[in-house]
Design a protein. Structure first.
Length: 376
């Protein structure tokens, strides 16, 4: 094991990376709070500023994927589709099977210049998660309780606010509503059978309300829907902790572009279109499992240096005073100060671990275990 590989496995190094992310995130959140005064003066300027502030935080996680772990992301698509990336507003449909599927999506948004302006239809619980939810709040992310009767007006209002967004945005939808587990899949397929819908092998039954509403509200703004099917070579099931330990993965992403005018305007027909799309996604996953490859040309967009430079900037700004402070505490010889410092380190470690836990499948929500049994 080389020295760099050894460093990647050390807890103290992970703690320092977490310290940089957490403290820089709190600073960014405070700056975002201050930018609220810009909203009544110049809404579009407020949005552009917050896109760049969000980029400064999210790109640190992308740096871990691209530069720290060296994970490779390959696109399977066609040249015409790839040429549209970063040049139009789009809705992204991504399968929700892996702990780092969002991170693979982010690395693509970064390489095509839309990381800071990327959006998602997120569960409301995330609004209260420090850094993640707080940053999303200032980015006008649409939050929902995943109970359509309560969410309808909130979601429609949030989507319509994005109609004049000044930066190209990729709006992510996890149409399955929750991350794939065997229990949720079994229940979901029982619902599919009761509704007379074809069963899916690798996906949960898509929940159509969010999709049809997003398409309806964003017509005239969004140009297309990108369907993205993600898998990892070698049947790997990567985690954020694995990325933190420097494990390298190979992600393959099949991307298909559907112009928005090809999607039916009628809600029922649009819902049927989505069900058909998930049948096609299932077939793509079956092909990948059998052949180890998706159809289409292969593209490897080069990683950009900005994520690494951004992290090095924050590390320089934040770690220098931390080391100076820590040295001063131990040099003082005061047991009280030393214990307080170690307690602070322990609290920081706990906080970082809790943030990582948000992505873990086994700690995911129980949504789907019961909700799939209810009428959509």
């Amino acid at each position: 094991m080389g020295f760099i590989a050894f460093l990647k496995t050390q807890f103290i190094v992970h703690l320092l990376i977490g310290f940089v992310f957490v403290v820089s995130g709190l600073i960014i959140n405070f700056i975002q709070l201050c930018t609220l005064v810009l909203w009544p003066i110049n809404k579009q300027f407020y949005r552009r500023v917050n896109c760049r502030l969000a980029y400064s935080l999210w790109s640190q996680l992308v740096m871990l994927l691209e530069w720290w772990s060296g994970t490779e992301c390959t696109l399977f698509s066609d040249e015409a589709t790839v040429n549209t990336f970063g040049k139009e507003h789009v809705i992204i449909i991504l399968n929700h099977n892996f702990e780092i599927d969002f991170l693979c999506g982010w690395t693509m948004t970064e390489r095509f210049g839309v990381l800071g302006s990327s959006k998602v239809l997120a569960k409301r619980e995330l609004l209260y998660v420090p850094l993640i939810g707080w940053t999303w709040y200032f980015l006008e992310i649409v939050f929902c309780k995943r109970k359509w009767e309560e969410d309808r007006d909130t979601v429609i209002e949030g989507l319509k606010r994005l109609a004049d967004y000044p930066e190209y945005m990729w709006f992510l939808l996890y149409c399955e509503g929750t991350r794939f587990t065997e229990t949720k899949h079994r229940i979901s397929m029982e619902v599919a059978e009761s509704k007379g819908l074809p069963k899916l092998k690798y996906h949960l039954l898509p929940r159509t309300k969010g999709f049809t509403t997003a398409v309806q509200c964003l017509r005239g703004t969004v140009s297309a829907v990108y369907d993205v099917t993600l898998n990892f070579r070698g049947n790997k099931n990567p985690s954020l902790l694995g990325i933190l330990y420097g494990k390298k993965y190979e992600a393959d992403m099949c991307v298909r572009r559907f112009p928005l005018e090809d999607i039916p305007r009628d809600e029922k027909e649009a819902a049927n279109w989505l069900h058909k799309l998930y049948q096609e996604k299932d077939a793509l996953q079956e092909m990948y499992n059998q052949e180890g490859i998706f159809p289409g040309q292969q593209f490897k967009p080069p990683r950009r240096p900005w994520t690494l430079l951004n992290f090095l900037f924050w590390a320089t700004v934040l770690l220098s005073p931390l080391f100076t402070f820590g040295f001063g505490v131990f040099a003082s010889g005061s047991p009280l100060l030393i214990l307080a410092f170690l307690g602070l380190v322990g609290a920081a470690s706990f906080g970082v671990r809790r943030l990582i836990g948000v992505t873990e499948i086994e700690k995911g929500s129980s949504y789907g275990n019961q909700e799939f049994k209810k009428k959509e």
